[in-house]
Design a binder for this molecule. Sequence first.
Ligand code: IMP
Ligand code: MG
Length: 181
Amino acid sequence: MELPESGDLQVMYTEEKILERVRELGAEISADYAGQMPVLVAILKGSVIFLSDLLRSIRLPVQVDFMAITSFESGGKPGVARILKDLDIPVSGRPVIIVEDIIDTGLTAGYLVRNLLARDPRSLQICTLLDRTVRRLVDLPLKYVGFDVPDTFIVGYGLDYRQEYRNLPFIGVLPEEAMED
Ligand code: IMP
Ligand code: MG
């Protein structure tokens, strides 16, 4: 499928607006974790673009690691998840921040929280660029949230539709015609 022209997508958040908000989140994290060296745990693949901007907005020594898990979005049974790529860094006794692109039902993040808490971190918080509270099934305390989004499927800035559109610098609504079945 051809990447649609920018004009084909209804822009929800411009590149400038996203970066402005990401820098605010970076400043908040820098203040909250002063004197500590947090481990940012980014969840592959959607959060990599957010991570790269967030990371450069944090004025602290930080470490970065990645996890990949089977997603709930492709018909996986709720509550059943599997780690495809685990952390390289041991997080026991460390301040950990989960970095997510979007928290929708909360099933993915809920699983990660349970999994990471079992490793006995010093602290555990969630930083998500987007929060779709209207679809939440799992009660999760979110410490850092970029934007609360409506119940509309969105792509860009890391978010995909069938692995495409992650490279759009903005976040937009994919037109119905671009979605199959
Ligand atoms: P949850 O487990 O329902 O919270 O889903 C979280 C994951 O679903 C995110 O990390 C995304 O990969 C994916 N997701 C949810 N909503 C969207 C969307 O609007 N566009 C693209 N991916 C989405
Ligand atoms: Mg995805």
